[in-house]
Design a protein around this ligand. Structure first.
Ligand code: ZN
Length: 202
């Protein structure tokens, strides 16, 4: 990425990534940071991919119903044309569902002096790096990994275990289809659900 002449002398922006498993509070943390910026009278905009149809079309909503107004876009390229000149902070939620160009456009926004905060899943339910997230982590100035708590053993949960049988990776998380798990309980898969989990409940 090359610095265009009109960027010279401008305050530099940066990229923050908030990542972790399902139910780890990524969106809550994104909203917390954006609200702090709003309190400081900074201009804030939020974007998310069209694929996320949970709860609300125009708001970034976290599981605890804390929400903030957002715009839905189809492709990360739209960021460049849609982000307003006077916007200081750009939030991006569910970033794992964006295309592979997302890191390029986030860097472009940072070059324009924006603080870019990106929230997304680090791994899919198979434990594989998810979409553009690995590259986002590589180009970010700051990375925050947040964790859920494993409901089976109480350790920090880093993985998203799929309870439903649907083979589609892009199936979006509801409590009944996914649960957060620690590394060990994730690796134990169904055995755990039939055995240890029951024992805990009785
Ligand atoms: Zn566990």
């Amino acid at each position: 990425m090359f610095l265009e002449p009109h960027f010279k002398g401008q305050r530099s922006g940066w990229i923050e990534v908030i990542t972790g498993s399902m139910f780890s509070g990524k969106t809550e943390e994104l909203i917390r940071r954006l609200k702090r910026a709003q309190i400081a009278n900074q201009e804030v905009e939020i974007f998310k991919p069209t694929i996320d149809k949970r709860y609300d079309e125009t708001k970034v909503v976290s599981h605890n119903s804390n929400s903030i107004h957002s715009r839905t876009i189809h492709h990360s390229a739209e960021l460049l044309s849609l982000v307003e000149e006077d916007t200081e902070v750009v939030g991006i939620d569910e970033a794992q569902f964006f295309d592979e160009k997302l890191p390029n456009y986030c860097q472009e926004l940072a070059l324009r002096g924006k603080r870019v905060i990106v929230a997304g899943l680090d791994m899919d339910f198979k434990g594989r790096p998810f979409g553009p997230m690995p590259d986002m982590l590589a180009v970010a100035e700051y990375i925050t990994k947040v964790h859920a708590i494993c409901p089976h053993c109480g350790n920090l949960a880093t993985h998203s275990y799929r309870l439903a049988e649907d083979p589609n990776t892009v199936l979006l998380g509801e409590k009944e289809s996914y649960e957060p798990r620690c590394r060990n309980c994730y690796a134990m898969g169904n055995i755990l659900r039939l055995g240890i989990h029951k024992k805990h409940k009785s």
